[in-house]
Design a protein around this ligand. Structure first.
Ligand code: PLP
Length: 406
């Protein structure tokens, strides 16, 4: 079982006071806090090893190259990929979707279809909209039902031989919804030859993910939401798919031979990693993977489940608080909330006076907010360094704010 008081000691930020209160950080859905283990590894590389990767023949460069490439293997094990070469480093989940949409869509035919869901993050909408406009493709959206889950019958009705891509969120960043990915992949593959892409931005930090078991084709991940630094992410894809795809960015490190009029590409993964990669950030991500692995992802998942249960009961007991939350037994510890007559930004400003950090806005899920007739919500998300007391403090602060905002 996770002992939050021990975990907190690894995170220097929790020594801070905010507006005279202890910090109650409930915005890990936006970005997680960083443990000393990640911060120290990165500063150690800058102090002792720093040299560009894949270029030098000298000690420092081979040290950083070794550390950088080791993270590929670490991440392969973390998500049970078939091969470490399937791990492509990006600067985040968003870049992952842009890479995939640019590389895949140019080989599709006019009128081909992409299926997303109504509750996707903009990172999994806009890149497809841009590609759809460029290559004359159509986008369809799976309905989300009253329990804030995907309508699987609607998905079935959308699938056809024209469907070439299905890309959906693994854990919703507003409702905590956890779609049954295995079931969905089976349905998609039985009714189409579409590629299945999973948005792992919220899922991978909170639950153990086995890409082979899920049967998916690609997975996009953000490092900074899973205790790692900013500026680093991963796209995993099956090797034979990467081999058949064209690179999106050109430059150094991604080539085999360059002539004045043409070039040939380096093998995967380097084909997709043009230029100097964020190698120190990748090494920091490796330390984050070690940190989570040492706790064990099963423990992380159990903590998320029990904290969610506690938080759900606590928040549901607040009169007049509207919660957008998956009604399923299983869901992430994420709660988007609204209060009639009070703007989400005002609520979050009030909560800040109690030292409570939550996010206000549409959380990059604007079409779904629009569907619910909401322009904004305030959102609390729990992670490994949060405990029941954090949600008690949140609930009390919400109740006080409601009295003051009336
Ligand atoms: N997908 C989901 C579900 C998210 O919550 C986020 C970030 O909030 C993203 C994608 C995009 O991640 P990033 O901004 O780190 O690229």
């Amino acid at each position: 079982m996770i002992k939050v008081s021990d975990i907190k000691k690894d995170f220097p930020i929790f020594e801070r006071q905010i507006n005279g209160n202890k910090l109650t950080y409930l915005d890990s859905g936006a970005t997680s806090q960083k443990p000393n283990q990640v911060i120290d590894v990165m500063s150690d590389v800058y102090k002792n090893n720093n040299a560009n990767v894949h270029r030098g023949t000298y000690v420092l460069s081979s040290e950083t190259t070794g550390k950088y490439e080791d993270v590929r293997t670490k991440f392969q094990k973390f998500i049970n990929a078939y091969d470490s070469d399937e791990i492509i480093f990006t600067k985040g989940c968003t870049e992952g979707f842009n890479l995939l949409s640019n590389s895949i869509c140019k080989n599709l035919n006019q009128g081909d279809e992409i299926i997303l869901s109504e509750i996707e993050h903009h990172a999994n909408i806009i890149p497809w909209q841009m590609a759809a406009e460029k290559y004359n493709l159509n986008i369809k959206f799976i309905n989300v039902d009253e329990s804030f889950n995907l309508d699987i019958d609607h998905l079935k009705s959308l699938l056809s031989s024209k469907t070439k891509i299905v890309s959906i969120v693994g854990e919703s960043n507003i409702s905590g919804m956890l779609p049954d990915i295995k079931e969905i992949v089976t349905i998609v593959k039985s009714k189409s030859d579409a590629l299945f892409i999973l948005d792992g931005a919220q899922l991978v930090p909170h639950r153990s993910v086995d890409v082979q078991d899920l049967g998916i084709d690609f997975l996009c991940v953000s490092g900074h939401k899973m205790l790692g630094p900013t500026g680093i992410g991963v796209v995993w894809g099956r090797k034979e798919l990467w081999d058949s795809m064209d690179p999106v960015y050109g430059g150094g490190d991604m080539i085999e031979e360059v002539y004045y009029d043409k070039a040939t590409w380096a093998p995967v993964p380097h084909k997709f990693e043009a230029g100097t990669p964020p190698f120190v950030e990748a090494i920091g991500l490796g330390a984050a993977v070690d940190y989570l692995t040492n706790i064990s992802m099963n423990e992380v998942q159990q903590h998320s489940d029990s904290l969610r249960e506690y938080a759900k009961n606590k928040l549901e007991n607040i009169d007049g608080l509207n919660i957008i939350h998956s009604l399923s037994k299983n869901a992430g510890c994420t709660f988007a909330m609204s209060i009639e007559g009070a703007h989400a930004t005002d609520v979050s400003l009030m909560l800040d006076t109690y030292g409570v950090a939550v996010r206000a806005g549409h959380h990059c899920v604007q079409p779904f907010h629009r569907k619910l007739n909401l322009d904004a919500t305030f959102r609390a998300t729990g992670y490994i360094y949060n405990d029941e007391e954090d949600f008690d403090i949140l609930a009390n602060a919400i109740e006080d704010s409601m009295k003051m905002l009336k």
